[in-house]
Structure formats: C-alpha cells, structure tokens
Write a new protein. Structure first.
Length: 368
C-alpha cells in the first residue's frame, strides 16, 4: 500500500480516486447504517482515529441511521465543501462542526466533493440522545452515500474497494463507524494473528459459529442524557494512563481468545471474555486522571441481577457496556423467549422511563 505525506497527515494513496471521472450534474442516494456493539473494546486512539488496540464487534440490525444526500454540481469548485444538514427534516446546526471536520478529513480521498454542494438529511430509528453508538451509524451511512456517488463518478471501482473505502472514510468521522459497514462480526485494528486486519478499516470476519450470527441484543436505556465525559475526552485520557499498556496487552490477548470462542461456539468462554472487557473499559475510566464514573447505580443493579439469573437458570445471558450507563444484553436466539420475559419483568424497571430496545446481530449497510 502506498502512502504520501501532506502536512502532518499521511495520505493513503490507494484510496485516492484515479482515472477518468464521469460528468454528473445531480445525484441523490439514501443509505441506512446500523450501530454496533464492541465485544473486545477499543479505548485510546492515536491521530486520525487510529486505535491503540484491536477490537471485535457485533453489527446490529434495527438501531440504524438513514441518511439521504443530494449532490448538486456547482458552477465553480470551492475551497470548502458547501453542505447543509437536517435531522428528521429540520435544520440541525449542532451537527455542522462534526460534519465539517469529517468532510475536511476525507477531502484528500474525495476531492470531487469540492465541485458539489451536499444536502444531507438524516434520521435514526432510535432516539439520538439514547447514546447507542449514534455517531457510528451516522458516519457509516454518510460515508456509504459518498461512496455510492463516487461509484457513479468512477464506474470501474470494484465492490470490494467500495466497501473497504467506505469503512476507511467512516473511521475518519467516528472510529467505531469503521465497524458499522459490514456484519455480523467485524474486526478493526491490526493483530498479528489476523493478517487481513487493519487499523485503517474494519474487516468482516466469517469464521464464527452460526449461533453467534443470530444473537440477540437487548439494550437497556439506563440513562438517555448526555454523558458527563465524552468518548473523545475518554480516549485522550488514555494517554499517560498508568494502566494503558497493560490494558492494550489485555485487549490483544482477548481479541484472539474471543475469535477462538466465536469459532468454537463456546458460550461460557464468550461470557467470560465479553464481561471482562466491559468491566475493564470502565476500570480505565475509574483510574484515569481525572477519574470519572459513567456507570449508574441501576447499571450495577442490572449486572448483579443478570449474574444471579444466569447462575439460577443456566441460560446464556451476557452483559456488556459501552462508554456510558446503558447495558447491552446478548443472548442466543433459541433462548430469547425466556430471557426476554426476564428482562422485561425484572430489568425494565431500572431503565429510564422503562425504555429498552430489542435488536439482533445484522449484516451492515443497506441501500434504501
């Protein structure tokens, strides 16, 4: 893979479009992208969304962002890309800084955008403030729309390159968005034992036992408000963290151990690794400087009740956490009836307004 340096940013030349560009005056496209839930967590990143450790995730299905982009040719190319952003059909100026940062980052790989104005209209199947990886699904959907347009400009582009570059661009908007392009299991971050893995984009992994490809995920919305400490700040606090190197080594080890577990259909091993990863993530927050706590008392109550339920029934119910108070409960499809009954009768009371979302493992992007 080739690379050149511009200023302090390394440009990956394999993602810079080449060849003859088609003449297109107007193009409109709509894509939906799902959220994802990391099983092996990445926490800590380098410049331009490069992870400090590899991660493994389930792609979800129902929690989606739908984004429509209208590309209209400008009379003259601009220094800055002209764009508007709406959320649920209404102007969303609060999203503009994040979109501008994203566009500025991808311009070396999509220089044609300077010739167009972009009208972006996004909506989600879930409450945006519910804190369930909305930025991952949003950036993946926007990247998919841009890559669909690039495919029209450069028709010889292969589907494989389109998918890979979509994940690459999505990562520049939100690191975990690299994992929302494909499914059901995605690897992101280089690991010596998986030569196809990359820090630059997510890679679909297909060696898992079938039982995991149909897993369910019920998301318990313990707190739908803004987090006290953003993920961006949390990642930065891993710099000079006293346990950072140990954590990165732990993630490297758990990455390979989890792939073995997924391939072998080992439910007990799955629970042990995934729950350890969730608690290790929050341990990094508790021991950073300054330290902070994103779990709530209800988060801990749910965790304890899940463990008690599992011990009494032998059902395969596993909890995991993102960087927040909400809880993801993962379980096999063939056990869903009894587990959902338990969740709704015993755990819903610990959610804000008793709100929860039933989802499942999915396959990634869809063109609407």
């Amino acid at each position: 893979m080739g690379a050149i340096f511009v200023s302090t940013m390394m440009i990956r030349t394999e993602f810079v479009p080449t060849g003859g560009e088609m003449e297109i005056s107007l193009f409109k496209t709509t894509w939906t992208a799902p959220s994802n839930i990391a099983l092996v967590k990445y926490w800590g990143k380098k410049e331009l969304q490069i992870p400090c450790n590899p991660s493994v995730s389930f792609t979800l299905d129902q929690c989606r962002t739908t984004t429509t982009v209208r590309f209209e040719k400008q009379l003259d190319a601009k220094d800055d890309v002209v764009f508007t952003i709406q959320y649920d059909g209404k102007p969303a100026p609060s999203f503009e800084p994040k979109i501008k940062t994203f566009i500025d980052r991808i311009l070396p790989y999509a220089p044609y955008l300077k010739q167009y104005s972009l009208a972006i209209d996004a909506s989600t199947s879930f409450t945006h403030s519910s804190r369930i990886a909305s930025s991952a699904s949003a950036m993946a959907a926007l990247a998919a729309a841009i890559m669909d347009f690039e495919k029209q400009l450069y028709p010889s582009m292969t589907n494989d390159h389109q998918t890979k570059k979509c994940s690459f661009l999505a990562r520049l908007g939100s690191g975990s968005a690299a994992r929302s392009v494909e499914g059901p299991v995605v690897l992101w971050g280089e690991h010596a034992n998986t030569p196809e893995s990359s820090n630059l984009f997510g890679v679909r992994w297909t060696k898992g036992a079938e039982v995991f490809n149909t897993f369910r995920d019920t998301i318990l919305l313990v707190d739908k408000g803004e987090k006290e400490v953003s993920s961006t700040v949390g990642h930065n606090l891993m710099h000079n963290h006293p346990f950072a190197e140990s954590r990165f080594l732990q993630a490297e080890k758990n990455y390979q151990a989890l792939l073995d577990v997924l391939q072998n259909g080992d439910m007990s091993g799955f629970t042990n690794i995934v729950e350890q990863e969730a608690l290790s993530l929050h341990a990094m927050m508790l021991t950073s400087s300054p330290s902070y706590i994103l779990m709530h008392p209800n988060t801990l109550e749910i965790i304890q009740r899940v463990r008690n339920f599992r011990n009494k029934t032998d059902f395969n119910l596993t909890f995991t956490l993102d960087a927040g108070a909400n809880v993801h409960l993962l379980y096999p499809e063939d056990q869903s009836k009894h587990i959902v009954e338990f969740i709704e009768s015993d755990l819903g009371q610990f959610c804000q307004n008793k709100e929860l979302i039933h989802d499942r493992v999915g396959m990634g992007l869809k063109k609407a």
